[in-house]
Design a binder for this molecule. Structure first.
Ligand SMILES: [Zn+2]
Ligand SMILES: [Zn+2]
Length: 365
C-alpha cells in the first residue's frame, strides 16, 4: 500500500492557504529541490516529485476540493477518480511548462550550462618536454559588478506589473490552468526602467581574464587541457562551461620529435669518424659530451638515455638519438689535397670499386 501524503504539509502551507500562497510555496520548494541543483541527490529528487504532485493537486480548485473532501487515503485508493487520474499527466506537463517556461518552445527559466571555450596555445619543444606555466588571456562574460548582474541602475528593478513578478501568465481553460511566458518581461518577472550604464541593461560584461595554466611535461601537438569552470557563464543558475586549451608544439631547428624520443643529426669530420673523438652535442638541457668510437660510419646512431621528453603523467623520460654523418668539405687546401691523395694511394683500392666487386659476387651464382 502506498504511503499517504499530506499535500499541505509537503508544501508547508495551511489548509486554508490562498492559491497565491500555494504557488509561492511551490516555487520556493521546487527551486530548492530541483534536480539540476541537486545532481545525484535521490532525496531531493523524491522531494521534488512530491512537491510537484502536491502542487498539481492543490493548484487546481476542483482537485483541491476533491482532495479536501475525500482526504489523503481515499484520494490515493478510492474508486471513482478516473477523470482525475487520466488528466494527471496533462497537469504535470502544465506544471513543468509553468516552472521551466517551456510553453511555446521557450525555456527561459531552465538552468543552462555555459558554453565551452577553446584557446589555441603554441609552446616550444623545451616547454613540452619539461612542462611550463603560462598565463593566457581569454574574453569572459561575467555578471556586471555595477548592477550585480540585474542590468538595472537602481538597486532593485521594478517587479513586472503584467505578471506580478512571476514571469508567467496563467489562465484557466476549462479544467486546466495554462501558463505562458509573460510577454512584457519575457519571463524575467521584472522590468528595467533605468538600465545600468556599464552593461547597458544586459547585466553582463565581457572582460579579458588572465588565467594561469600549468602545462604538464610530455604534451604534444593536439594535446588538450581542460580547465573546469573557466568557460562561459551558465544561465539561470546553471554551471559555467569549461575552457579547453589546444596545444601546438613548435618545430625545433635541431630536434625532431618521435614520441618521447628526440632525434638530432650531428656532422663529424672524416678523421673523427676514422680515429674516433669526443664531440659536443646539443641536448634539451644544454651541451653534452658524446664519444665517437674509431671507425664510425655515416648514419650510426648513438643513444643518450633519458635525455628525451618526459612521458605525460610520469617521471620517466624518452631518449635522445644522435645520428652522425660525415661531412665532406666542399673545398680543400693544397696541403689537404696532397694528404688525401696520399691516403688514397696507401689504401690502394677505391671504396667504390670494392663495393662493386661485392655486388658482382652477390649475383655471380
Ligand atoms: Zn550593469
Ligand atoms: Zn511579466
Amino acid at each position: 500500500m502506498k504511503e499517504m501524503k499530506d499535500y499541505y504539509e509537503i508544501l508547508g502551507v495551511s489548509r486554508d492557504a490562498s492559491p497565491e500562497e500555494i504557488k509561492k510555496a511551490f516555487r520556493r520548494l521546487a527551486l530548492k529541490y530541483h534536480p539540476d541543483r541537486n545532481p545525484g541527490n535521490k532525496e531531493a529528487e523524491e522531494r521534488f516529485k512530491e512537491i510537484n504532485e502536491a502542487y498539481a493537486c492543490l493548484s487546481d480548485p476542483v482537485k483541491r476540493q476533491q482532495y479536501d473532501q475525500f482526504g489523503t487515503s481515499t484520494f490515493a485508493e478510492g474508486p471513482g477518480f478516473g477523470p482525475f487520474s487520466s488528466t494527471f499527466g496533462d497537469i504535470f506537463e502544465d506544471i513543468f511548462e509553468d516552472f521551466f517556461g517551456v510553453f511555446g518552445g521557450r525555456r527561459a527559466h531552465r538552468p543552462q550550462r555555459g558554453e565551452d571555450l577553446r584557446y589555441n596555445l603554441t609552446i616550444n619543444l623545451h616547454e613540452a618536454a619539461f612542462g611550463a606555466e603560462k598565463i593566457i588571456e581569454i574574453p569572459k562574460t561575467e555578471p556586471c559588478a555595477d548592477c550585480a548582474g540585474t542590468g538595472s541602475a537602481s538597486r532593485r528593478p521594478a517587479s513586472c506589473s503584467n505578471c506580478r513578478g512571476t514571469g508567467q501568465i496563467r489562465y484557466q481553460q476549462g479544467f486546466f490552468t495554462i501558463s505562458k511566458t509573460c510577454p512584457k518581461c519575457h519571463g524575467k518577472g521584472y522590468v528595467i526602467g533605468d538600465p545600468c550604464k556599464r552593461c547597458k541593461g544586459s547585466g553582463l560584461i565581457t572582460r579579458r581574464k588572465a588565467i594561469s595554466i600549468k602545462i604538464p611535461a610530455g604534451v604534444e601537438t593536439g594535446s588538450k587541457l581542460r580547465l573546469r569552470g573557466e568557460g562561459e557563464l551558465g544561465q539561470n543558475g546553471g554551471p559555467p562551461g569549461d575552457l579547453y586549451v589546444y596545444i601546438t608544439v613548435e618545430e625545433h631547428p635541431l630536434f625532431k620529435r618521435d614520441g618521447n624520443n628526440i632525434i638530432c643529426e650531428i656532422p663529424i669530420t672524416f678523421p673523427q669518424a676514422v680515429l674516433g673523438a669526443e664531440i659536443e652535442v646539443p641536448t634539451l638541457e644544454g651541451p653534452a659530451k658524446l664519444r665517437i668510437p674509431p671507425g664510425t660510419s655515416s648514419g650510426t646512431e648513438f643513444i643518450l638515455k633519458g635525455k628525451g621528453i618526459q612521458r605525460l603523467h610520469s617521471h620517466s623520460r624518452g631518449n635522445q638519438i644522435v645520428r652522425v654523418y660525415i661531412e665532406v668539405p666542399k673545398k680543400v687546401t693544397p696541403r689537404q689535397r696532397e694528404l688525401i691523395e696520399e691516403l688514397a694511394r696507401l689504401n690502394n683500392e677505391e671504396p667504390q670499386k670494392t663495393f662493386m666487386d661485392k655486388i658482382k659476387n652477390l649475383f655471380s651464382d
